[in-house]
Design a protein around this ligand. Structure first.
Ligand code: NAD
Length: 335
């Protein structure tokens, strides 16, 4: 790449699931990438592939604390625990990351005249009353519930991005990300794809919440990364939905996972968690029109790649061990 096309790009949360794939993509395009992460939910192993690249730098820091001054052209603000089990562990930490983190990232962006993209979320729509969700829907969010630290934190972060654009001229982009899955998800983060795949591989009962008729749409991580990069390169300063509009019930997802893993797991039903949205599907007309972006990887293609990752990870980690005493080929070792 000619050096004048090479950018220095900060990714907060670069050691996480999405962040590490974004590092792959930007490094392979020849950019200099700085990953800033406090490893709250991210993993150092996600950066093993990057460490030998001279264009890669890792900073172990918390975005809720003032950030070191650094020369950057673009910032992707991904730092935030993304799954309920992690963001509900400490709601105050989640709110600090979303609020103080956004302020610190925006201050850096303004001082560096860097373009800054916020990883927002479909959770800003809460339990939506319209379907599918368009960007102009204001949402149905509970500010006083279990998910408020994340949902309201992300909403306030969007408001901060808007305020910094209005008052300080920040060059902002906002991606409202819907459920994304793929290799390098954490196996224990309680997200439905990783839950089902790991339970199926371990021959444990698959946990369905409620009657399993609630729907989600699943975007493969490579598609999402492509959308984020396109949004950053665009001139669209208002929120844009990024997600795959193909909708599946949880029963359908469980069936597909069982089929692709060849699992003999049974299915167990648990009560629906409070504030759990019943339906969630993005309207991506804006991304299609303004970014020329549409997801290309169907669940039937992305799921086998995700299953292969978990199969390798669980086997290499020794978490799946053959047991002569067990009717199933594998059992879970003590964790
Ligand atoms: N994966 C999805 O389906 C999804 C959906 C909607 C939105 N998002 C958003 O995308 C972003 C990335 O999500 P992910 O799935 O990769 O989650 P993840 O938990 O794998 O990654 C988040 C990363 O942020 C880091 N982090 C958390 N708090 C931090 C702090 N205070 N300072 C520095 N680093 C911190 C974590 O250590 C981790 O590496 C998040 O902002 C999330 O809210 C993800």
């Amino acid at each position: 790449m000619p050096s004048n096309d090479q950018k220095t790009i900060l990714i907060t949360g670069g050691a996480g699931f999405v962040g590490s794939h974004l590092c792959d993509r930007l490094l392979s395009a020849g950019h200099r990438v700085i990953s800033l992460d406090n490893f709250h939910t991210g993993r150092r192993t996600n950066h093993h592939r990057h460490l030998s690249n001279p264009n890669f730098r890792l900073i172990d820091a918390d975005i809720a604390a003032p950030l070191p001054e650094m020369a950057v052209d673009e910032i992707y603000n991904l730092a935030c625990p993304a799954s309920p089990v992690h963001y509900q562990e400490s709601p105050i930490t989640t709110l600090r990351t979303n609020l103080l983190g956004a302020v610190n990232v925006l201050e850096l962006a303004v001082s560096q005249r860097a373009r800054v993209l916020q990883a927002s979320t479909s959770e800003v729509y809460g339990d939506p009353l319209i379907h599918p969700q368009t960007e102009d829907y204001f949402g149905n969010v509970n500010s006083f519930g279990e998910r408020a630290c994340y949902d309201e934190g992300k909403r306030a972060a969007e408001a901060l991005f808007h305020a910094y654009e209005q008052e300080r001229g920040a060059d902002i982009r906002i991606a409202r990300i819907f459920n994304t899955y793929g290799p390098r998800m954490q196996h224990d983060d309680g997200r439905v794809v990783s839950n089902f795949v790991v339970q199926a591989l371990r021959q444990q009962p698959i946990t369905l919440y409620g009657d399993g008729s609630q729907t989600r749409s699943f975007c493969f991580v490579d598609d999402l990364v492509d959308g984020l990069v396109r949004l950053m390169a665009s001139d669209v300063k208002t929120p844009v939905n990024l997600g795959n509009p193909n909708e599946f019930t949880m029963i359908e997802l469980a069936g597909l996972v069982m089929e692709l893993t060849g699992s003999r797991s049974s299915v167990t039903h648990l009560p629906l968690p409070s504030d759990d949205p019943k339906r969630r599907r993005p309207d991506i007309a804006k991304a299609e029109r303004l970014l020329g972006w549409t997801p290309t990887i169907p669940l039937a293609a992305g799921l086998p790649l995700t299953i292969a990752f978990f199969r390798d990870a669980l086997t290499a980690g020794g978490e799946l061990v053959p047991s002569p005493d067990d009717a199933f080929p594998y059992q879970m070792s003590a964790e």
